[in-house]
Design a protein around this ligand. Structure first.
Ligand code: GLN
Length: 297
């Protein structure tokens, strides 16, 4: 079939559900991914035809796009901090807001700006998912040791392969942050203390689901996204409790937060003796990131 005919079929089938430009970008991504064709190929060879075998993955992808399956899950990869990350239904697709959180940390820990450390410092990423935060920090801050935990074995499997593919060392551990009180890393004899903690925990309330796209609600892991309306900060409570014990003096906790709960999140951090609170907006103008410092007495 002519490639341009397939492109027309994509528009016919998808234009009601997506922007035209979005459909174009799906199409070009798919021909690049499955057939190795550049996006300008149609301009150069308007009558390019592909055979049945080559058509097949494109039509399979089209069927999935009609079901609002995210394109990143269809091709199995996503882009974050100029690196490729494998993604599947066990992990959230990395978001641009989360890149902003990572950039904030890198900016503040940049080895050129911060004094040389005699002992290796350690960063902990709580609820790592695809590993995008942990892996990109390890890549950009080679002087830091990076540890990451998640409750989901599927996510840890994906995160490990992402660390490997991007050629960095990250120590991954299976832990439920809500149970961390009883786990080994939290015991009195565990001497490890972290210089930095970071987390993008679940924070979308049930009542906010109505503002979300079908591709997120139907396909991304609810475990990584949703919290109850009654106790929306339960992960923040567990993280702050842990941080107040295991973050070094003057160590910082960086969080992605629910834009509507900035005040409540700040209050919670202060309750756990985290101070010098800083709040930042994301590129969409929403209160999205918060930092607190452990000023242990
Ligand atoms: N910001 C994400 C979204 O819009 C939610 C991420 C999270 O819950 N940690 O889907």
């Amino acid at each position: 079939m002519l490639l341009k005919e397939i492109k027309n079929i994509f528009h016919k089938e998808l234009d009601g559900s997506y922007d035209k430009a979005e459909v174009d970008s799906f199409f070009y991504l798919l021909i690049e991914h499955y057939l190795g064709l550049e996006r300008f190929v149609l301009a150069l060879q308007p009558n390019l035809t592909i055979n049945k075998k080559e058509e097949q993955p494109l039509f399979e992808a089209l069927a999935q796009l009609r079901l609002h399956r995210p394109i990143q899950y269809i091709i199995g990869k996503s882009h974050f901090m100029d690196m490729d990350f494998s993604v599947d239904g066990t992990v959230l697709i990395p978001r641009p807001e989360t890149e902003e959180l990572v950039r904030w940390i890198i900016e503040e820990l940049d080895p050129i700006k911060s004094p040389v450390r005699s002992k290796r410092s350690t960063i902990l990423d709580i609820g790592t998912g695809s590993g995008c935060i942990a892996v990109s920090l390890a890549k950009n801050l080679p002087n830091y040791e990076v540890h990451a935990l998640d409750v989901s074995l599927g996510a840890l499997h994906t995160a490990r392969s992402n660390a490997k593919a991007n050629d960095v060392d990250v120590t991954f551990v299976e832990i439920d942050i809500l149970d961390i009180e009883t786990s080994a890393v939290n015991s009195e004899d565990s001497t490890i203390e972290y210089d930095i903690m970071v987390s993008n925990p679940p924070y979308v309330r049930e009542q906010e689901k109505k503002d979300m796209h079908k591709n997120v609600i139907d396909h991304e892991p609810g475990l990584a996204l949703f919290v109850s309306d009654e106790n929306p900060l339960k992960f923040y409570e567990a993280i702050a409790t842990f941080a107040s014990k295991k973050l070094k003096k003057n160590g910082s906790l960086y969080l992605e937060i629910n834009q509507y709960l900035a005040k409540e999140t700040e209050h919670l951090l202060r309750k756990h003796n985290l101070s010098e609170i800083e709040l930042r907006k994301d590129m969409f103008g929403n209160f999205r990131m918060m930092k607190g410092v452990n000023l242990k007495l």
